[in-house]
Design a protein around this ligand. Structure first.
Ligand code: ZN
Length: 152
């Protein structure tokens, strides 16, 4: 799956390509919205998905349940101002690694495509699960894409 770096993403809900930033949104759960008794540090379940106008019959939005999800257009979360915006999540997030992943997906070139091949690379022994930190560097990301992108 070829993606234009920092302009296209894979929807966490339907698995199809979000063709441009204006077609996508970031969604997350804020426990404080759902329960008045909760203290802070309760933002979680971050996902990048198609927005209402880009998803067929709105199927990519979370099914209506008892919990309320908040969202923000991807257009507000890319570029320098978007990065500044994303960093604010760390104040209240339950698990910082969730925000780390979103920051990488929206701000590290080729990361979004490379993450498609991570499972295969680990299964092959090309990459160890414990070496995931090195995998964020451009050279490693590009090597991974080169090796796995034509194996689809
Ligand atoms: Zn979708």
């Amino acid at each position: 799956m070829k993606l234009i770096p920092l302009q296209q993403w894979v929807c966490d809900r339907c698995g199809e390509i979000i063709q441009k930033s204006s077609d996508g949104k970031l969604e997350w759960l804020d426990e404080r919205v759902n329960s008045e008794s909760h203290p802070g540090n309760l933002l979680k379940f971050f996902s990048i998905i198609h927005n209402r106008s880009a998803s067929y019959k709105n199927r990519c939005s979370r099914a209506k349940g008892s919990m309320i999800f908040l969202d923000e257009d991807l257009d507000y979360l890319i570029g320098p101002d978007g990065l500044a915006e994303l960093l604010l999540f760390y104040r209240d997030v339950e698990d910082p690694s969730e925000v780390n992943e979103i920051v990488r997906r929206l701000h590290i070139p080729y990361y979004e495509e490379a993450r498609l091949y991570r499972k295969a690379a680990i299964a092959d022994g090309y990459m160890e699960e414990s070496s995931a930190t090195y995998f964020h560097q451009q050279a490693s990301i590009k090597r991974l894409i080169e090796k796995y992108s034509d194996q689809e």
